[in-house]
Design a protein around this ligand. Structure first.
Ligand code: UT7
Length: 315
């Protein structure tokens, strides 16, 4: 299989900033509790913007940075669990807002917080059979719509946002070698849908998910290293799903990853679900930390339960 590389990243977040103090006025919590337990200082919530606005903004920024035009895109996959509408999918709506060719394969995919990695793998597979060599991969979630404001253990965690990657597939490029997995579980992280009488609000057994995460990340990381026959030293940068700074710090300590080789922005955005990895990749590219040839080991985990990792190179 021919592999993909990232040509350009982009992201888009809502204008409204919600600080920990703002949340402490709504529920019984404090800036100190949220910061010390999670590393989150603020998050963005949609007020004027919708899911499609975020997707469009992120995709346009990624196309611009990649120097690729809409008519060159052959596949567009949006990883999300909270699009504006069930039909059309966010990807179909994007086909219209971006002016993608009508024979572009466009669909949404739900793998919760691991969605961007599932989408990246899917797009790599599909581009091998596509007539055009560029793909758009998005992670976008508006979890403020699925927040239970009476549950302080979850409402402090989530933020809204979108990140997008323009990827290129070329003969001879190595595959990203994604490792993906699922353990079907409704009790640890759950959000009812249209088949339920319950409101669509996220409920989470925080400590159990924490334990799952600290086991899943090293497992994915080791699998990706093994699949690519490399060691930690051969990786230029590490990007993990931004769910909790304490989880990230544990992994970084375990693998002796120096601070200049990993990214963290949970303080500014909270947990943005499928968007967290592409938003961080986009910021790192904008800061000049990820450039042509950078090899980034990316790991995600979340609801489902799902997990995944891949080695992604910048073109
Ligand atoms: O993206 C999907 C993947 N998600 C994750 O990876 C999240 C993983 N889990 C976590 O990050 C952490 O478990 C949380 C941040 C969600 C919670 O932190 P914790 O240290 O595990 O806290 P806890 O749930 O054990 O709660 C400790 C205490 C409890 O009080 P008592 O029973 O000890 O009196 C909670 O009621 O903290 C209380 N608490 C709060 N206090 C102030 C829970 N939420 C809050 C809050 N403010 N917002």
């Amino acid at each position: 299989m021919n592999g993909i590389k990232i040509k350009g990243m982009g992201h888009c977040v809502p204008a409204q900033v919600l600080t920990n103090e703002d949340i402490a006025q709504r529920v019984e919590t404090s800036d100190d509790w949220i910061t010390s337990r999670t590393g989150i200082r603020q998050r963005r919530h949609c007020a004027a913007e919708g899911h499609l606005d975020l997707c469009t903004g992120a995709a346009q920024a990624a196309l611009e940075r990649a120097g690729v035009t809409a008519d060159q895109i052959g596949v567009c996959v949006v990883a999300t669990l909270a699009a504006d509408t069930i039909v059309p999918s966010a990807a179909c709506a994007l086909q219209r807002t971006l002016g993608l060719p009508e024979d572009t394969v466009c669909f949404d995919l739900n793998a919760a917080c691991t969605g961007f990695l599932f989408a990246l793998h899917t797009v790599e597979c599909l581009l091998n059979a596509a007539s055009r060599s560029y793909g758009l991969v998005l992670g976008c979630d508006v979890l403020s719509r699925l927040t239970n404001w009476e549950d302080r253990s979850t409402c402090v965690l989530f933020g809204d946002g979108a990140g997008a990657a323009v990827v290129e597939c070329r003969t001879g490029w190595p595959s990203i070698g994604a490792v993906l997995g699922v353990h079907g579980n409704e009790s640890l992280l759950f959000c009812p849908g249209i088949g339920s009488d319950e409101p669509s609000c996220i409920a989470m057994e925080g400590q159990a998910v924490y334990k799952f995460a600290v086991a899943a990340i090293p497992w994915c990381l080791d699998q990706v290293l093994e699949k690519h026959h490399i060691t930690v030293d051969a990786v230029d940068f590490f990007v993990f799903h931004q769910a909790n700074a304490r989880i990230l710090d544990r992994v970084v300590r375990k693998y002796h990853i120096p601070p200049e080789k990993y990214g963290k922005n949970i303080d500014a955005y909270g947990n943005t679900s499928a968007a967290s990895i592409p938003i961080l990749l986009s910021e790192l590219q904008a800061q000049g930390k990820l450039t042509s040839g950078s090899r980034v080991l990316v790991v995600g985990f979340g609801g489902g339960l799902t997990w995944g990792g891949a080695l992604v190179e910048f073109a």
